[in-house]
Ligand binder design. Structure first.
Ligand code: PGA
Length: 249
């Protein structure tokens, strides 16, 4: 039985004041011991600030990590620093990183390995562009992204990863994949993982991301291969995020 996971990806938003307010509001609204796993991913400078204000039962994650473990890499943040700051998760390969910062499949795999080496749970994002979907290339694109990961990460480690399916055309657009569209891709992802991992693929969480809101979360999360969500915009609003978390219970 997989435990649902809801992750708030705050992207480049927030301040000390707004984070304290958001987490304070969540503390009042979330169940004391949620059945699903919950996490938020603040920008780097606020990791420790957020940790100080986290409601019980909510874990901390980062939005990125360096490929290298340490050294002269100005502006980068190493995996062991994330551990030191209380992180349990980190997002890697978000489409914004891939598209805007030129992150390659090889870098995504190397970052994933860094996280695994430091016992952090990677949330590895995959997703197709609108043009790929319209050209019927969705599964080919997702398959290539997954294959790069599967080729680089050894099976016992691979099984510890969380995969997030985020169609690029659904991110921040208000246009969500239908539950059927999402389920089709999630089932494909699981079967692709299964060919490398066998039965262990059944225990892996596959999250959906892309315009998840309180009013579409329940139907998305009720799909058999959707094990929670990676939530952007809606994770910045107390009521909305709390309602999404409740939908995963
Ligand atoms: P969104 O973002 O929920 O605002 O669409 C999701 C994400 O980019 O992780």
């Amino acid at each position: 039985m997989r435990r649902n996971l809801i992750v708030g990806n705050w992207k480049m938003h927030g301040s000390k004041a707004s984070i304290a307010e958001l987490l304070g509001g969540l503390k009042q609204r979330l169940p004391a011991s949620p059945r699903s796993e919950l996490a938020v991913c603040p920008p780097f400078p606020y990791l420790m600030w957020a940790q100080r204000h986290l409601p019980g039962g909510v874990q901390l994650g980062a939005q990125n990590v360096a490929v290298e473990p340490k050294g002269a890499f100005t502006g980068e943040v190493a995996a062991d620093m994330l551990v030191d700051c209380g992180c349990r998760f980190a997002i890697v390969g978000h489409s914004e990183r891939r598209q805007l910062f030129g992150e390659t499949d090889a870098q995504v795999a190397a970052k994933t390995q860094q996280l695994l080496t430091h016992r952090l749970t990677p949330i590895v994002c995959v997703g197709e562009s609108l043009s790929a979907r319209e050209a019927n290339q969705t599964l080919a694109v997702i398959g290539d992204q997954l294959d790069a990961l599967v080729a680089a990460i050894a099976p016992p480690d691979l099984a510890l990863c969380v995969i997030a399916y985020e169609p690029i055309w659904a991110i921040g657009t208000g246009r969500t994949a239908t539950p059927e569209q999402a389920q089709e891709v999630h089932a494909f992802i699981r079967s692709r993982l299964q060919s490398k991992l066998g039965a262990d693929a059944q225990s892996m969480r596959i999250l959906y991301g892309g315009s998840v809101k309180a009013d579409n979360a329940t139907t998305l999360f009720s799909q058999p291969d959707i094990d929670g969500g990676l939530i952007g915009g809606a994770s910045l609003h107390t009521e909305e995020f709390a309602a999404i978390c409740a939908a995963a219970e």
